[in-house]
Design a protein around this ligand. Structure first.
Ligand code: AMP
Ligand code: GLY
Length: 417
């Protein structure tokens, strides 16, 4: 089996490792990849979507796995082009990937399908946004497009809302686009991942990421400073409610609206006092949740994704470890505002009951690892309890050093329930 994974971050490193561990022993390729990924997957010669598709065709690729979302909505869309060329793809076509690419599209889909979500109004101008807020604070403002995780502002008061609206409508920081003014929800957040194959689905181990930069859940929002995953993260009753009120109507809605879907769908949820509500959909696995979840996946992920991409959901190919997994992110100096590259990383040679996934690293001319981005590494460990898994992950993270290293020390320890 020959599999190509698209992406380059810590999530893709975790996916490639999980696929490599499948009993099928697939031959793996990655685009654009990273030095760490290239230790287990071969690099390919392509410089864009068209040449990527041409390469897959000439190299008899059996399965394309979309790790990262951007290629799903680029040009004609990765999955659409794969379909055109007869290549099974684990990832949805462009029209379905609008669930992630357009917050307004997602909101309308949610409302049409009676799936619980915050009330929202789409606005085109600063004045319209101010009218929609109607003096009700806190409020949530969302730029309608991909904005590298910077497009959402939870505003406690008028000055913070005006500052965000000024950035969007006056400075056009994210380019042209509308703003959704959304009701502010409260409660713990949880990330639910479902593998969807047409009208069937399989829910993976629930996870939660730690979005703030600093201990105690303080500081600015980041792409995620760590994650925890376990089937016991939420109660069986809550998971059943999420399945009935959110996952099932989403799958049914995709079918009834003619939106084909084969791939991972990420439900970003808030467990509010009145029940779970959808904050967002992402048409891919979460990062860093993937790094926490993948070590819990047992069995044959490669065959699972290949069968799924061909329209056959085969839950029996995989199973989920019952324990806890904790992922601690090591970030570079300046993150999240900026990031610093070129800092020498030491301690990667240590081995033990943990996994290290690379997100932003490169191998320099001396074959040493250097930082190369904001989030640098993910250190992941598992155990029967959350506390034990967290202690192991933090102890493993202590072994790694680089100038300017930033991390949280309460990942898996601070609980949100
Ligand atoms: P998003 O990019 O839509 O996932 O939003 C980023 C973060 O903003 C979420 O993880 C939440 O912490 C917060 N957020 C988004 N929507 C809401 C909402 N309606 N109420 C409260 N917080 C929200
Ligand atoms: N962990 C958040 C995301 O992947 O979007």
């Amino acid at each position: 089996m020959r599999i190509l994974v698209v992406g380059k971050g810590g999530r893709e490193h975790a996916l490639v490792r999980a696929l490599a561990e499948s009993p099928e022993k697939p031959e793996l390729f990655c685009f654009p990849g990273s030095d760490a990924i290239f230790e287990i997957a071969k690099p390919i010669e392509a410089d864009g979507l068209d040449s990527l598709i041409a390469w897959m065709t000439t190299h008899a690729i059996d399965l394309c796995v979309a790790g990262e979302e951007s290629y799903l909505v680029k040009g004609e869309g990765l999955a659409n082009l794969c379909a055109k060329h007869g290549i099974p793809c684990w990832g949805p076509p462009k029209e379905s990937a609008q669930l992630e690419a357009s917050k307004e599209f997602a909101k309308q889909f949610l409302v049409r399908n009676h799936i619980p979500t915050a009330r929202a109004t789409a606005t085109d101008t600063l004045d319209e946004a101010v009218a929609a807020i109607a003096g009700e604070y806190p409020t949530v403002l969302k730029f309608d497009g991909l904005a590298a995780g910077k497009g959402v502002a939870v505003c406690p008061d008028e000055p913070s809302a005006m500052a965000f609206l000024d950035e969007v409508f006056t400075q056009r920081r994210f380019g042209p686009g509308r703003v959704l003014v959304e009701q502010c929800l409260t409660g713990p957040e949880v990330s639910i991942f479902a593998a969807i194959v047409d009208d069937s689905y399989l829910i993976f181990t629930p996870a939660r990421d730690y979005k703030r930069a600093l201990d105690g859940d303080l500081g600015p929002n980041t792409g995620g400073m760590g994650a925890v995953a376990s089937r016991r993260l939420i109660s069986p009753e809550m998971l059943a409610q999420i399945e009935k009120e959110i996952v099932q109507p989403t799958v049914a809605g995709l079918r009834s609206e003619g939106l084909p879907y084969r791939g991972f769908l990420y439900f970003g949820l808030m467990l509010t006092p009145t029940g779970p509500q959808v904050i967002e959909y992402n048409c891919r696995f979460g990062d860093p949740e993937c790094q926490a979840v993948m070590p819990l996946v047992k069995g044959d992920l490669a065959s699972f994704c290949l069968a799924g991409a061909k329209g056959d959901l085969r839950p029996e190919f995989i199973s989920f470890d019952d324990g806890w997994s904790v992922c601690v992110i090591l970030a570079s100096a300046g993150y999240p505002e900026t990031s610093r590259s070129g800092d020498l990383i030491t301690g990667l040679g240590n081995t033990g009951d943990f996994r290290i996934y690379h997100a932003g690293t490169l191998k320099n001319v001396d074959a040493d690892w250097e930082t190369n981005g904001g989030r640098v590494l993910a250190v992941v460990s598992g155990a029967a309890t959350r506390q034990e898994a967290a202690a192991k992950a933090h102890a493993a993270a202590d072994l790694i050093h680089f100038p300017g290293l930033q991390r949280r020390h309460d990942i898996g320890i601070l609980n949100f329930d």
